[in-house]
Design a protein around this ligand. Structure first.
Ligand code: WT7
Length: 663
């Protein structure tokens, strides 16, 4: 066995297998037959998926790939995304069904919004925006907390054919200004503030700053700022620009006729937190995006709109929120929970209280949240009745087997299957995932491409690797919800995603992956997170997983730090479990040795960390991604770089204080 495949083989220690629950199989939305159909006729399969939506005019061509990598799906078709997410459910007699159980951070602050009410509010918002001169093709920036008006504003834009760009409310005014300038937004929708950990926190001041910055470059760009009153805190007011939502929207008519849009009409631009340079504006269009988000939401979670209560615990400011809080669930007529706050406000059982109160049946969240709950301990969820949960989802990063099994057992009662969904801002919707009525789950593996999706693991030359081997993940055929380009930058679009395997015409995802002996897929993290130690390719994910499998470790992040002898060396940052700390365990030399040896035992000597640093927190973005770049700065004794996208920018100070002693 070569050294490379030896390293890869070590992840396959995992022997646990979970069959789909029998009662779920008996009434599953999707069966093996769906995979077979899609394999026999890929485009025909996506046509059928598109037929689940209501179209003005039917398409005359499913896919136009004449000018790759610029795809057009459902060519000639017309539809309105807002109509599909709202009006048609009311017309079908489901106006009284709750669309959104909104849960504010302050405990008694809740709202239940039915589809009929949603239709009225979206129509009012569309009328108000239209009165401000917003029309088809105009850009609207949305900078909001997690309140219903955020979804309403998005749907109001879609109704008019205006293109929204939601900027996560945790971003700085600079980030907002650069995005407004890049896409040319004429209106900004915001609120006075939002609630964070029990206290109101302002948003409008950041908008005021952004507007001033934008005005320096483009004085006439922003014509209005539409402000929701959420916290009631004092705000500066500019009569020339600012308009209260309750005046403009509240006073508008509830009648609004949505206009049919071309299937390829832009729906939104979502900026990805650029690792280098300028953020990338990912462009999604209407027909293909809505088809894939609606269909995957229905299939991956086995959604039964009449009975399920669905909850994506993420922020609308990220693609997960766009696709699986707003567009997918609403297109399917789902009853969803939307939660404004953090998991520990006002106490660490808040999520489980919400699950119990609303009878949540499907929960979708990030592994980082799961590992946090593991750290807090199983006693906290045990205080609540979570028996309503029947399907669980995971997204955003590889889920390590320990977290997967804990999620399944402790949250899912040992029966709810875990859907580990691999996808990206760029892919718009799920691409690689188990399906709850079909797949035998393997902790840590995202398993197989979704029906109608063609993915491969290839070597540097673009040749598919065999089972048991690793390489780069590519998507080999266009898919409906694929990004169409980077806003205003076709060249960068081609360069970033299509130049790596230009000969084959593959989409380069930027992720490492391996196929196990059964041909199932394991995502190994971004290729930029893959280390090279003494010429061996090693996955940060794999070592993190080994560390987290140690009973004293709650969470771990691994980076490859420059090393004179070995090229890169493994540096690990770990958070200990509260039980370990309560037992008086400190970051002793003995414990550090124990953890290093544990990794050696789990993976091999090559993976043994050079350094293990015990830290109180890890630096995470608001979407929960660990910013390894910053840890790398610490590991390499450098000045720590830009911390503006961290959820809590003081975390790095804590880590630096602790790290000097741990090596
Ligand atoms: C990157 C995309 C998908 C929406 C949220 C993140 C990583 C995502 C998984 C998963 C392993 C995953 C990949 C991908 N990723 N899901 N299930 N297993 N890795 O969207 O910010 O565009 O990030 O997240 O590295 O490339 P994003």
């Amino acid at each position: 066995m070569s050294e490379k495949s030896e390293t890869l083989a070590s992840l396959s220690h995992e022997e646990r297998r979970y069959a789909p629950p029998e009662d779920l199989v008996a009434q599953a939305n999707v069966t093996q037959a769906t995979y077979d159909e899609a394999a026999a006729d890929r485009l025909g399969f996506w046509e059928k998926a598109a037929e689940r939506l209501e179209w003005g005019q039917r398409w005359d061509r499913v896919l136009d790939w004449d000018d790759p990598p610029f795809a057009k799906w459902f060519v000639g078709g017309t539809l309105n995304a807002s109509y599909n997410c709202v009006d048609r459910h009311v017309e079908a007699g489901h106006g009284d069904r709750v669309a959104i159980h909104w849960v504010g951070e302050p405990e008694d602050d809740t709202r239940d919004i039915t589809y009929a009410q949603l239709k009225d509010e979206v129509s009012q918002a569309a009328n108000a925006l239209s009165d401000m001169g917003v029309g088809k093709g105009d850009l609207v920036a949305i900078y909001m907390p997690m309140i219903p008006e955020t979804a309403i504003a998005m749907l109001a834009c879609a109704r008019l054919g205006a293109i929204h760009t939601v900027v996560f409310g945790g971003f700085s005014s600079d980030a907002l200004a650069s995005r407004v300038l890049d896409c040319g937004a004429k209106v900004i929708v915001t609120s006075d503030g939002g609630y964070r950990r029990g206290a109101p926190s302002g948003l409008k001041p950041a908008v005021d700053e952004a507007v001033a910055k934008v005005a320096q470059e483009k004085p006439d760009l922003v014509t209005n700022v539409l402000v929701v009153r959420r916290t009631g805190q004092d705000v500066e007011w500019n009569d020339d620009l600012d308009v209260w939502w309750h005046d403009a929207v509240g006073g508008a008519s509830t009648e609004h006729t949505p206009e049919q849009m071309d299937a390829e009409h832009p729906l939104f631009v979502m900026y990805t937190s650029g690792t280098t340079g300028k953020p990338k504006g990912i462009l999604h269009t209407t027909g293909g995006y809505l088809t894939q988000t609606a269909y995957t939401h229905w299939a991956t979670f086995d959604l039964k709109p009449e009975t399920d209560v669905y909850w994506t615990a993420a922020d609308i400011g990220w693609i997960t929120g766009h696709s699986y809080i707003v567009y997918g669930p609403l297109a399917n007529g789902t009853t969803s929970v939307m939660y404004e706050g953090t998991p520990d406000t006002p106490h660490k059982g808040r999520w489980w209280e919400i699950v119990e109160k609303y009878g949540v049946t499907i929960l979708y969240c990030a592994p980082t949240a799961i590992r946090t709950f593991m750290k807090w301990g199983a006693e906290i969820p045990a205080e609540h009745d979570l028996s309503s949960l029947r399907v669980l989802g995971s997204v955003g990063e590889p889920i390590n087997p320990e977290a997967y099994v804990w999620y399944r057992d402790t949250i899912g009662g040992g029966t709810a299957p875990v859907m580990d969904t691999w996808w990206q801002t760029e892919t718009g919707g799920h691409m690689i995932t188990p399906l709850p009525g079909v797949t035998h789950g393997k902790p840590g593996s995202a398993m197989t491409p979704f029906p109608g999706i063609s993915a491969e693991v290839v070597d540097d030359e673009g040749t598919p690797v065999g089972n048991g081997e690793g390489g780069l993940l590519v998507i080999t055929e266009p898919w409906p919800a694929m990004l169409r380009t980077l806003w205003g930058d076709d060249e960068r679009f081609k360069e970033t995603y299509w130049s790596r395997f230009a000969d084959q015409g593959y989409y380069f995802a930027g992720d490492g992956a391996k196929k196990d002996e059964d041909g199932d897929l394991w995502l190994l993290g971004r290729v930029d997170d893959v280390m090279n130690v003494s010429g061996h390719r090693m996955s940060t994910t794999e070592i993190e997983s080994a560390l987290v499998s140690h009973p004293k470790v709650a969470e771990a992040a691994v980076v490859g730090a420059a090393d004179e002898t070995t090229g890169q060396a493994v540096c690990a940052f770990v958070i200990l479990r509260e039980s370990a700390l309560a037992g008086g365990e400190e970051a002793s030399d003995d414990l550090i040795q124990e953890l290093r040896m544990h990794v050696q035992k789990e993976i091999g000597a090559i993976a043994k960390p050079r350094q293990v640093m015990v830290v109180p927190e890890l630096p995470k973005t608001r979407s929960g991604k660990i910013m390894r770049r910053l840890l790398k700065d610490v590991a390499e004794n450098r000045e720590v770089g830009d911390v503006t996208t961290l959820a809590d920018s003081t975390v790095m100070d804590l880590i630096k204080e602790g790290s000097s002693s741990g090596s």
